[in-house]
Design a protein around this ligand. Structure first.
Ligand code: 4NP
Length: 147
């Protein structure tokens, strides 16, 4: 799961998918990263942690890190939250096989539309709930598609 800062959207997506995968007894390795290094080493934004907690999802222990080209070797699927993250991740792809791993996460819900998950960082608490619902729906599709 990849966003810009790795403190708002991608930790939520990471936590939601871990939660669902555990429920399905799926032995998946799930992680998240940011295209920037700005918040490296930080826990998720408190608003994201509070939002997830309402749904029983604990993301408080996640630690932000920057996406690297090695992630293409570690993961089979890479989900970008917005078009900017998508482009930045693709820039680090070594070959066509790497590029094929990258998908806009909301395309799971609305295929081919290339919609972005809105960045809630500069807004209020409501933005996090809206983002949570979008990511919950997308993660449900990921489970259906890959389990
Ligand atoms: P995220 O949100 O990419 O969903 O983690 C942001 C976090 C921090 C900043 C921007 C977006 N920032 O400008 O510091």
């Amino acid at each position: 799961m990849v966003c810009l800062g790795n403190i708002c959207r991608s930790p939520l997506a990471d936590g939601i998918l871990r939660f669902k995968a555990k429920h399905e007894n799926l032995d998946w390795i799930i992680d998240s990263a940011g295209t920037s290094h700005w918040h490296q080493g930080e826990n998720p934004d408190a608003r994201a942690t509070t939002c997830a907690k309402k749904y029983g999802v604990d993301i408080s222990g996640l630690v932000a890190r920057q996406f690297t080209k090695n992630d293409f070797d570690e993961f089979d699927k890479i989900y970008a939250m917005d078009t900017s993250n998508y482009r930045d991740v693709l820039k680090l792809a070594a070959d066509e096989a790497d590029k094929q791993k990258v998908e806009m996460i909301l395309n799971l819900v609305e295929p081919g539309k290339n919609k972005s998950v809105p960045d809630p960082y500069f807004g209020g608490e409501d933005g996090f709930d809206e983002v949570y619902k979008m990511l919950d729906e997308a993660c449900e599709k990921i489970i259906e598609q890959l389990k």
